[in-house]
Design a protein around this ligand. Structure first.
Ligand code: NAP
Length: 527
């Protein structure tokens, strides 16, 4: 039987009673079954009666000090008085009491107790001691929220999750700790916290409630759920979690995929630490692709050629197999479009060895694409804003380099491939080449996928070129990763549609709307 009222605890935190009422009502209307009411956010004296009228599900009262990430600026005596009043008010079903004050406040009636420990700056070395002491205190649920600084901090939190002998919600905060909010559920945490309104800045790394609907299927997380993660820095705006979690749901795979922001140089420590879960596989992105190749015990041949991996699959002994799915995804995108073009023109599809390709950019994406095309026999020219990177890439992988300023005067070009971020959201009115370069018949492949119709793609279409968008490559590389992770080849068209929907301005607007509170004005709230 579950300990709490629900597996999701929505957090409502506003400075005005009126706005708190609106969000409490709105959250219940949207199906919230358990809400934490952050009384410390209220700028005036708490009026329980004003809130009570809006109760639509079980509530937990929390009234935090700044040292625990709260906003209460009055005295500690006053704070404890408000906590006692909350308990006897008959308004709340749960109360959150910090481990150093819980013994001052007696259990009363049916109100259940969370004993909590917060550390907003670190994960103390004596965390196990702190937790063991908490377990002796009179509570129904034990909560630990700490700030991780090292991979070892994450591992210690996971170990606490695993050894919890009483209902415990223990996690590390921030983007580095994000994954542990979810692993807590795997190891039996009664609930996960989610902000009704993420814009309120309630706690570092706190996900938004609506993300549990759009992105993370937390209700399905159980002891057998496998974990996958996107390891990179930054990872916040990636569409990979939406894509992979959707596929897990659709194909009935008991797994979840979460972003894991790991600073440069810490891939090995982070993956070692998370073997405690374990994490079954990673998508790897900037700046870790080279480190991922080195980290693996076994690498697929494409990783060898490219010198970088975008996929790590964990094996039972804790070692990793590295793969590069950008390489085959790019080649497949090109092959599919070249074949379709030839078919429509009634000619024989060209062999890669007949083609002259100009690659813009010399970073990770360019590396995989140049390697694929050089191996396929194409004549590749690389040009990069930083000339040394293009020269180095050509020396290491093949092809030749040319000066960035000379990119428009290249003599022969059948395919132009943009491997720079130029044109990517939000700078959507930029293109890496002048439109006059785009002649009819040229194949233009823009690896940028957000937006799908970049200025380069639009210019190319209007000038009679064949175009390939980054969406096609992105979906193919993700599909190949998914197949490595699960052994299942997912439906590409379904993924394309989902990605387009997730990127559409309409969906983004709906998400922003979901984070607002019932559409009421915010003016003056923090005044
Ligand atoms: P990266 O390793 O950081 O390399 C970026 C390259 O673009 C570098 O050569 C960089 O030159 C150049 N560049 C950056 N800003 C520029 C500018 N304003 N003008 C000219 N050149 C510029 O990144 P990456 O991993 O290769 O990714 C590059 C892009 O490829 C991403 O933004 C993404 O849109 C796309 N991508 C798509 C997929 C897909 O599946 N569709 C997969 C991977 C990547 P400097 O060295 O001078 O900075």
């Amino acid at each position: 039987m579950s300990v709490g009222p629900d597996k999701i605890c929505g957090v409502v935190a506003r400075t005005r009673h009126k706005m708190m009422q609106v969000e409490l009502r709105e959250a219940a209307a949207r199906g919230a079954k358990f809400l934490e009411v952050r009384l410390d956010f209220l700028s005036k004296a708490v009026d329980f009666k004003r809130l009570q009228a809006y109760k639509g599900c079980p509530w937990m009262a929390t009234f935090r000090r700044p040292v625990d990430g709260g906003r209460w600026s009055g005295s500690e005596a006053e704070r404890q008085m408000v906590l006692r009043q909350a308990i006897v008010s008959g308004v709340f079903d749960w109360i959150d009491l910090e481990t150093d004050v819980i013994e001052n406040i007696r259990r009363f009636g049916p109100v259940k107790r969370v004993v909590s420990y917060h550390n907003m700056t670190e994960t103390p070395q004596n965390l196990d001691e702190i937790y063991d002491k908490m377990l002796t205190q009179d509570a129904d649920v034990y909560k630990i929220a700490v700030m991780p600084k090292t991979a070892d901090d994450l591992q210690r939190i996971v170990e606490i999750q695993k050894r919890a002998s009483k209902p415990t919600v223990a996690f590390a905060m921030g983007e580095f700790g994000f994954v542990t909010r979810f692993t807590a559920l795997k190891f039996g945490a009664p609930w996960i916290y989610g902000a009704f309104n993420k814009e309120r800045g309630i706690a570092p790394g706190l996900p938004a409630l609506h993300e549990f609907r759009t992105t993370y299927p937390v209700r399905a997380i159980g002891p057998n759920t496998k974990f996958f993660a996107l390891l990179g820095d930054p990872v916040g705006h990636s569409y990979s979690p939406i894509l992979h979690n959707h596929l897990f749901r659709r194909l009935k795979v008991d797994a979840v995929y979460v972003p894991f922001r790991v600073p440069d140089g810490q891939l090995a420590d982070a993956t070692d630490a998370m073997n405690a879960v374990p994490i079954s596989g990673y998508s790897v992105t900037i700046p870790h692709k080279e480190a991922a190749a080195l980290r693996a015990k076994e690498v697929d041949p494409m990783v060898h050629i490219v010198g970088a991996a975008n996929t790590l699959q964990a094996r039972a002994d804790g070692t990793f197999l590295a793969a590069n799915t950008d390489y085959p995804a790019a080649l497949e995108s090109l092959r599919t479009h070249l074949d379709a073009k030839a078919l429509s023109e009634g000619v024989k599809p060209p062999d890669f060895s007949q083609l002259f390709v100009l690659v813009l950019g010399a970073g990770g994406a360019a590396r995989a694409i140049v390697a694929a095309l050089v191996r396929a026999g194409s004549s590749v020219t690389i040009t990069s804003r930083t000339p040394e990177r293009a020269t180095k890439l050509a020396e290491q992988i093949g092809g030749k380099s040319c000066d960035w300023q000379a990119r428009h005067s290249i003599a022969q070009c059948d395919i132009l491939i943009n491997c720079t971020p130029v044109g990517m959201h939000p700078k959507v009115d930029e293109s890496p080449v002048h439109a006059s370069f785009l002649k009819p018949g040229l194949v233009v492949f823009d690896t940028v996928y957000n937006p799908e119709h970049t200025l380069l793609i639009r210019d190319a279409e209007s000038r009679g070129c064949t175009t390939i968008s980054g969406v096609d490559m992105f979906v193919r590389q993700a599909a190949k990763q998914f197949e490595i992770f699960t052994g299942i080849a997912p439906p590409l068209e379904d993924m394309r549609e989902l990605l387009r929907k997730a990127m559409s301005p309409l969906t983004a607007a709906m998400d922003t709307e979901a984070e607002k509170s019932g559409g009421m004005g915010e003016a003056g709230e923090n005044a």
